[in-house]
Design a protein around this ligand. Structure first.
Ligand SMILES: NC(=O)C1=CN([C@@H]2O[C@H](COP(=O)(O)OP(=O)(O)OC[C@H]3O[C@@H](n4cnc5c(N)ncnc54)[C@H](OP(=O)(O)O)[C@@H]3O)[C@@H](O)[C@H]2O)C=CC1
Ligand SMILES: O=C(O)[C@@H]1CCC=N1
Length: 258
């Protein structure tokens, strides 16, 4: 269990709350070492976790400050975090911009996704200053409370991955909806179309947790039948380029900010 005090600005939001709850449940941190702030005063954490209305007080009482607010909310945030380590979960806000606005020299940028909710996020992260082994293990351990994590070489990786893994369930959700709508358009009853498409995305996801995707595809292509025809159509329509362009469009926003 860490002896550091962690303050999460925005710790009652989607990401912030899930992270806070996971840190407590996995006993990464004790309640008395966790501080949360928001503007509304609404909270529902276990006894011992303090909710503060004053972000500067949170910073002053924390060793590590996690920024889990939206980029547009960050523009209004006024804190002096000089001497503190800041961990930002914000998409599209560079470590340099965070340093400039907060005075913090050591900034980690991390990009979890909405699967923090079920503790199955993948979280790439990088630091703008070199960390010793203990510090790096600490950051890695923090994010492993909500899934898996990897240190990545630089912020460019974080920006690209914001649009890949950061989008979490968005891309599979889009696939599920497309499969559902196309099935309905082909005359399949809507509730059955919905169940069929969900089975593909959710059941397929579970299988992919255990199998290599190329091996799965090769096994199904070997039938030279239905799946082969469907996949060939995707190849002919440049599915991979479509995916590449989609991720690139997101990554561009992550690079330039919003
Ligand atoms: N959700 C996602 O899937 C992902 C989100 N991100 C990034 O994570 C960040 C947070 O996103 P998310 O959790 O979804 O957002 P939410 O809107 O769910 O949470 C934002 C939280 O910040 C609080 N807040 C806003 N302004 C302030 C302030 N000035 N001081 C203190 N607290 C404040 C809000 O509470 P109140 O209104 O009470 O102040 C709320 O609890 C974003 O920057 C986003 O880019 C990254 C990857 C995935
Ligand atoms: O879409 C966004 O801007 C945030 C960051 C990545 C996922 N959600």
């Amino acid at each position: 269990m860490t002896s550091k005090t962690v303050g999460i600005i925005g710790g009652t939001g989607w990401l912030g709350r899930a992270l806070a709850e996971a840190l407590l449940d996995s006993q990464f941190i004790a309640p008395q070492h966790l501080l949360i702030s928001n503007r509304s005063g609404v909270t529902a954490f276990e006894p011992g976790v303090r909710l503060l209305a004053d972000n500067q007080q949170l910073v002053d009482e924390s060793d590590i400050v996690v920024l889990s607010i939206r980029p547009e909310q960050f523009r209004e945030l006024r804190i002096n975090a000089r001497g503190r380590q800041v961990i930002s979960l914000m998409a599209g806000v560079s470590a340099a911009a965070i340093g400039l606005a907060t005075g913090a020299q050591a900034v980690v940028r991390a990009m979890p996704n909405a699967a923090v909710e079920i503790r199955q996020s993948f979280t790439p992260w990088c630091s703008n200053v070199s960390l010793d082994e203990q510090e790096a293990l600490w950051i890695q351990g923090l994010f492993e409370c909500v899934g898996s994590a990897d240190a990545v070489p630089d912020e460019a990786c974080v920006d690209y991955l914001s649009a890949l893994s950061g989008t979490g369930p968005a891309l599979p959700a889009m696939l599920q909806l497309a499969l559902t709508r196309q099935a309905v358009a082909a005359g399949i009853p809507p509730d059955i179309a919905q169940r069929a498409a969900q089975g593909v995305v959710v059941g397929g996801g579970h299988m992919l947790a255990r199998h290599d995707p190329q091996q799965l595809i090769d096994s199904l292509l070997a039938y030279r039948g239905v799946t082969a025809a469907a996949l060939q159509s995707m190849v002919d329509d440049e599915f991979e380029s479509l995916v590449g362009r989609a991720v690139e469009a997101g990554a561009q926003v992550a690079r330039r900010g919003m």
